[in-house]
Each structure stands twice: as C-alpha cells, then as structure tokens.
Design a protein around this ligand. Structure first.
Ligand code: ADP
Ligand code: MG
Ligand code: ZN
Length: 497
C-alpha cells in the first residue's frame, strides 16, 4: 500500500487534485495496422514481422480497414464525434524498440473528439448521481516493440528486442482534466474498460498490455481556476495501482508546495512494491516529437455511409442496458449493475430470465443466494458452479412451490460443495419436493395450539399478527421442509377454530 507522506486532513483539504488520463487500448484485429503480420500474443520473439513493421527502408504502410472500423466503433461507444477526415502523423523519437525512429500516430486531426464517460459520483450510495468526464480525443496509432530485460541466463545485463508487437493497432483515449480524485480515476477506468469490452474491439487484458494507462495529475488551491503544473505517471499496470500511485503523488505534491517548493513538470514512474513514484525525466529532457503529416499515407476518410454501417454494429452499451433491464425485469439499479458486469453474463441472465416464470426472482436469487456464496469462495460470477440457466430453473421450482426457500439454499450449498450446476445436483438429490403432506403438519399444529393457549386467545381476540408466532414454530418443527403458504392456510383454519 502507498506510504503517503504524512499530511493532515486540514492541509490536504486546502488543495484540489486534477487528473487527466491517457489510455492506450490494443485493437483485436488479426493483423497489424499497416501490414498483414499477425497480432497474436505470445508468439516466439520476432516471428510476426515483415519489412513494414521492421521499419526497413522503402517499405510502405497500408492501412488496415478493420482497425479503422474498430476505432470508430470505440469512438461511437464513447460518444465521440467522428471526424470524416483524419490525418496520420509521424511522431519522432529514438528508442530501441521503435525501428523506424518514429511512430505513426495522429496529431492535430485525430479520428474522433469530444466524447464522454459517465461515472457514478464517488462516495455516494450506489445508483445515486453521476458525473460526466469529457474525452478530449481518440486517435489511432501503431504500437512499438518490446524490450526484454529478463530471461537471459548467460548475461544478466542483456536486453533483447521483440518486434512482434511493433505495428499492433492501438487507440489512445485522452480525457479532459476533469477527474477530481483517485477514486474517480478508478471509476473512469472501470467504465471505460467495460464500454470497450462491450464493443468487442479489445480484450482489455492488462497483463498482456492490451490496456495501458498514463495518469496526469496536478494540484491547485481549492477554488482556483487555473490548473497547476502536472506530473505524468507512466505505465502503471492495474487500476488499483493507478489509484494508489495517484494517492501517493497527490500527497507528494501537497508536501512540496506546503514546504515552499514548486512542482516541476516531469514524467514519473510508480514503484508498486514501495507505493512511491519516482522522477524519470523532467520537462527539459522531454521529447520534442517534431510531428509532421505521414507522407506515405493518404488522409483517412470515413464518410457518412461508412460511419452509418459501423454504427449498425454498435451493441447496446452497459449504461442503457442497465436502464432497460430495470424496466424489463423489475430489478433494482444495483441488481442491474451486478448482472451487466460483463456482456456475456448479461446475455446469460437475460436468456435465463426470459425463460423463467418470474425474472425478478432470478435476479433476486443471484443477489441473495449466489453472490454471497461466490464471495465466500472468492469466485467471480463468471466462475460460478451454478449457471444463469441453473438459477432460472431453481427459481421456477420455488415459484411453483415444488421446493422451499430453505431447500433451495441447501441445494445451492451442495452445488458449491460439488462444483456442479443446479440441475445436476437436483437430479443427484432425487428431485426433492417440499412436503405437501398436511397430516404430519396438522398434528404438530394441533400440539402447538394446545401448548399456547394465551397466543390462541390473543389471535381470536383480533390480534391476527400472532399467527406469525405459530408459523415460525411450525416451520421450525417441520425443519423448513413445509410449504410456507400451506402452513399459513392450515394455521389460519385451525386458529379460526
Ligand atoms: P501533454 O502535451 O503533456 O501530453 P496534454 O495537454 O496532451 O499534455 O494532456 C495530456 C493529459 O494530461 C490529458 O489527459 C489532460 O487532461 C491531462 N492534463 C493536462 N493538463 C493537466 C494538469 N494541469 N493537471 C492534470 N492533468 C492535466
Ligand atoms: Mg500526452
Ligand atoms: Zn509486418
């Protein structure tokens, strides 16, 4: 955890953090952005390369149509305005994993601008107010290769270059400096990832580098309009670490200013095991990228017709899906939140709920019976032994009165013990049914009534709620096997005398 410098709350409250995020997302095309090499992850080093992505002299880039469509789809999902014409530009810098000496990116004419992501206002109850974070721009670019520092047993100081990743299509999504806390940054990233996953243009796998984030952060005295000088934290590899790095960095900046110092514009690296950021290079050492339009590529034109075709492939996005599910299934905003955690899960739920007699009961079971058991086992809902179909089947059994709530709980426990889905366990247990045999229940009811004359008297004098006492006793005596509706009816009859 971050060892944030010791700053009192009062001092901290004097300042307001300002955060802007730059997120790189790898597009799931089969081939690279400017050549036909495979983008497959994990191939032996330097096997997916050709003269174009190796940057050999004379090789010419050809733009991958699919990459453009994916970028536009992501832009639309992020509510950006898509520019009909955008320009590729050379971003010049020297680095061993960049064979051409420049990266083809977009600069002053990106493919999309002016989007937004809606995040819940942090610190308020679930499903309360939301806040919109502006997206300045979304542009296309190629990825660089990778420097490999480990795995050379003969020489510890060796560095290898793997150019398989060179030329992999990326989009960069740049936010406005409108994120007001590390928690909001976390929410923004969570939403962004969720939306991109729904579009299917990336797997957003952070371990494989499919989603990478640089965080810009500054502080200013609360109430001041003008932005402070920012530091950019590079290459943090989880959302949790980004939040921690920001917490540390905000504390560090406040410390510097409070002790009379000045923040210098710089790039910093986060060391997750220490929970601290370190200066990597200052503004003076910053790259001058000498951008200019890429002479080997024509301006990219995505006309209205093409945009319309891409728009047709836009799936229902999490936010509107949640709203619709609340309306369609009578579930709460919170239920909808859990059930739309991934597109696959939401699809499964909807298919199951539609097939079930009472969709609301399916949602309730997920919340009340499934969620707790998953948490206890440290499982994500995707890894649940009970499928959404299983939940729907169990819900129907309760709905029809075939099994009781208590029996369902027991069956769910067995599913988790055995790692099996509900229908299988239900079969294994011999399709149990709750008792509808009233003779045994009637006998207990008679005994209860005989043993509690005072309560009977109260009931008959008009205090009808006393029936709850008898229901509870009878349920207990029948070990939860009794059908609650049946028990109620039976007791009413007996108590009415
Ligand atoms: P640079 O040219 O250094 O890359 P940009 O203006 O392109 O800077 O902004 C990069 C990111 O930094 C954006 O997400 C933006 O919102 C954010 N940003 C810009 N200025 C600040 C600031 N003063 N404090 C915090 N974030 C900032
Ligand atoms: Mg930048
Ligand atoms: Zn290639």
């Amino acid at each position: 955890m971050a060892t944030t410098p010791e700053i009192s709350v009062a001092v901290r409250e004097k300042y307001e953090p300002v955060i802007g995020l730059e997120v790189h997302v790898q597009l799931l095309t089969e081939s690279k952005i400017f050549c036909s090499c495979s983008t497959k992850f994990g191939a032996p080093p330097n096997t997916n390369v050709c003269p174009v992505c190796l940057g050999l002299p004379g090789a010419l880039p050809v733009l991958n149509r699919r990459a453009v469509e994916f970028a536009v789809l992501a832009a639309m999902a992020l509510k950006c305005r898509v520019n009909e014409t955008s320009i590729f530009a050379r971003k010049n810098y020297f680095y061993p994993d960049l064979p051409k000496g420049y990266q083809i990116s977009q600069f002053d004419k990106p493919i999309a601008e002016f989007g937004e992501i809606e995040i819940p206002v942090v610190g308020e109850a679930k499903s309360a107010r939301t806040k919109k974070i502006g997206i300045t721009r979304l542009h296309m670019e190629e990825d660089a290769g990778k420097s490999l520092h480990d795995g050379f047993p003969d020489a510890l100081d060796k560095t290898g270059i793997d150019l398989n990743r060179s030329g992999t299509p990326l989009i960069e999504i740049v936010s406005e400096p409108e994120i007001a806390s590390p928690d909001e940054a976390y929410e923004y990233l969570t939403r962004l990832k969720e939306i991109i996953l729904y579009t299917g243009v990336s797997d957003c796998n952070m371990e494989e580098g499919s989603l990478r984030c640089d965080a810009n952060v500054s502080i200013r005295p609360r109430g001041q309009k003008e932005l402070g000088t920012k530091a950019e934290i590079k290459n943090v590899n989880s959302f949790r670490f980004i939040r921690e790095a920001l917490i540390y960095e905000i504390g560090r900046q406040i410390d510097v200013v409070e002790s009379g110092g000045k923040i210098t514009q710089e790039t910093r690296l986060y060391n997750a095991s220490e929970g601290k950021t370190y200066s990597m290079r200052s503004k003076e050492q910053a790259h001058d990228y000498r951008y200019f339009p890429e002479p080997d590529l024509l301006p990219l034109v995505v006309d209205e017709k093409w945009q319309a075709r891409i728009a047709e492939t836009l799936p229902e996005l999490p936010e509107s899906r949640r709203k619709r599910m609340v309306a369609d299934y009578g579930i709460t905003e919170y239920d909808a939140q859990i059930l739309t955690a991934s597109k696959a899960l939401a699809d499964q739920f909807e298919a199951a709920a539609k097939a079930a007699k009472n969709p609301k009961r399916v949602a309730n079971l997920v919340q009340s019976e499934l969620a707790g058991r998953l948490k206890a086992k440290g499982l994500e809902i995707e890894g649940s032994p009970i499928s959404m179909r299983g939940v729907a089947i169990s819900a129907d059994l309760v709905e029809s009165g075939a099994i009781s709530g208590k029996m369902l709980k027991d069956l769910y426990d067995r599913c988790f013990e055995r790692g099996k889905d509900f229908p299988a366990v239900y079969e294994e247990e011999g399709r149990p049914r709750q008792s509808t045999d009233t003779s045994a229940l009637e006998k207990i009811a008679d005994e209860l009534i005989a043993a509690n004359p005072k309560q009977v008297e109260q009931y008959r004098a008009g205090k009808k709620t006393v029936i709850g006492f008898f229901v509870g006793q009878l349920m207990k005596a029948s070990k939860g096997q009794g059908n609650p509706k049946l028990i109620n009816e039976l007791l009413e009859k007996k108590l009415e005398g």
